[in-house]
Design a protein around this ligand. Structure first.
Ligand code: 4NP
Length: 163
């Protein structure tokens, strides 16, 4: 059987966007029984929140959609992540630029915008909700959950998987 596709979602703090994306992906992977085909983790390019659970607003938003992300803990992007993951899926262009800047030569090509890679637009970013309100967190959930659905559909239908 082929090796699983290893996805790493990247944002700035690893307490809002990327843990919500990780939770959405985990839930959809589990629902599709595709845990043997695709794995997911998340990190931040910044280290301010290392070791912390997701922001309480992220936990509450995911919970409203039936997904428990309270057990996740923030960590910072590490050099080994470029070996350990097949795709580094970034929330926005700033984080994509930072992931590419830190990449060993060949690995930069494996970094993409999450929404672009999921087929949700070109140069499409997940906006940072950190200084926003509940509406902003709900908007992030809608974006990352649509991306999660598209990614899991694509993995479930290998003929359509061109990554
Ligand atoms: P995230 O949001 O990148 O979606 O996790 C942020 C979290 C924390 C900070 C910025 C953005 N911060 O500046 O601490």
């Amino acid at each position: 059987m082929a090796e699983p596709l290893r996805l790493l979602v990247v944002c700035l703090g690893n307490i809002c966007r990327s843990p919500m994306a990780e939770g959405a992906l985990r839930a959809r992977i589990e629902a599709a029984r595709l845990g043997h085909r695709i794995t997911v983790d998340s990190v931040g390019t910044g280290g301010w929140h290392v070791g912390e659970p997701p922001d309480p607003r992220s936990i509450a938003t995911a919970a409203r959609h039936g997904v428990d992300i309270s057990g996740l803990r923030a960590r910072k992007l590490h050099a080994r992540d470029y070996r350990d993951f097949d795709r580094l899926l970034c929330a926005d262009l700033d984080n994509l630029a930072e992931v590419r800047r830190r990449a060993p030569d060949a690995a930069a090509a494996r970094a993409s915008l999450l929404l672009d890679w999921a087929g949700q637009g070109s140069d499409a970013e997940v906006p940072d909700p950190y200084t926003g309100g509940d509406h902003d967190f709900e908007q992030v959930w809608a974006l990352v959950d649509d991306a999660a659905r598209a990614i899991v559909d694509r993995v479930a239908t290998p003929a359509r998987f061109g990554a």
